[in-house]
Ligand binder design. Structure first.
Ligand SMILES: Nc1ncnc2c1ncn2[C@@H]1O[C@H](COP(=O)(O)OP(=O)(O)OP(=O)(O)O)[C@@H](O)[C@H]1O
Ligand SMILES: [Mg+2]
Length: 236
């Protein structure tokens, strides 16, 4: 479980986040919404320990992320997959090689790479694109590459920052179906977006930020009901 308790992050005079508190259960799919400048990206960067809060605690599975030593940070990041608006793929590498980069980072033995890579490329529907280069792919396909790369290390949590920001509606819709599938397989998803159509369509919990403050945490009751459905699906 993830819990933020009275988290504040300032950059000089700018309060990017002020006294933020909320919880995210394991296996939840939560949107972080709010207008430009609300603090969404700052929040995700705190969860990744790219930056530290000025005040407050960020507790992930009983440990305060803000207090981790720099030695412990790589371990934290092994449990978190990241997906961004601009895909962040390496142009000189093929689709499969882009995914394998993530395995190299965690030091997985090379003989285990092909099976892991094939598995996630199948999951995102890119098996037949494995040997193509990014310049040969569509925007939706590039986002699938970045999803495969995030998933290949088998993280517990996926952080996504405007993952559909560069996609047309139809492509975005398909990418969101894929996020739902990943969530149903047990990953916790925390997605920053101001894409209202998507938020309304998926009917997940929405944590709304404005000027660095939480203005709504979303309903907790429907979220519990949803979780039960997920668990029974897993048993099938
Ligand atoms: N490194 C930084 N230095 C100074 N100010 C920053 C820094 N990072 C973020 N901010 C400020 O913090 C506020 C929140 O920024 P953030 O990027 O988190 O917003 P956002 O909700 O992700 O916006 P968008 O929807 O445009 O991506 C903004 O006012 C921004 O200018
Ligand atoms: Mg942002």
């Amino acid at each position: 479980m993830l819990e933020l308790i009275n988290v504040t992050k300032t950059f000089g005079d700018i309060a990017a986040l002020s006294d933020i508190s909320f919880k995210v259960d394991d296996g939840e799919f939560v949107f972080i919404s709010g207008p430009s400048g609300a603090g969404k990206t700052t929040l995700l960067r705190l969860l990744l320990r790219e930056i530290k809060p000025n005040q407050g605690e960020i507790i992930l599975d009983g440990k305060n992320i803000a207090k981790l030593s720099s030695k412990e940070v790589p371990r934290l990041r092994q449990h978190i997959g990241t997906i961004f608006q601009d895909f962040k793929v390496i142009p000189e590498r093929t689709v499969a090689e882009n995914v394998e980069v993530a395995l190299a980072v965690i030091g997985l033995p090379k003989n285990e790479w092909p099976a892991r890579t094939e598995h996630v490329l199948r999951l995102v529907g890119l098996s037949d694109r494995a040997n193509l280069f990014p310049s040969q792919l569509s925007g939706g396909e590039l986002q699938r590459v970045s999803m495969a790369r995030a998933l290949v290390v088998n993280p517990k949590i996926i952080l996504a920052d405007e993952p559909t920001g560069n996609l047309d509606w139809e492509t975005a819709d398909k990418i969101m179906d894929l996020f739902e599938k990943i969530n149903q397989e047990g990953k916790t998803i925390i997605m920053a977006t101001h894409h209202k159509l998507i938020i309304n369509k998926l009917k997940k919990r929405v944590i709304e930020l404005k000027d660095g403050k939480v203005i709504s945490r979303g309903a907790s009751l429907p979220q519990k009901k949803e979780k039960k459905v997920d668990e029974s699906e897993k048993e099938m």
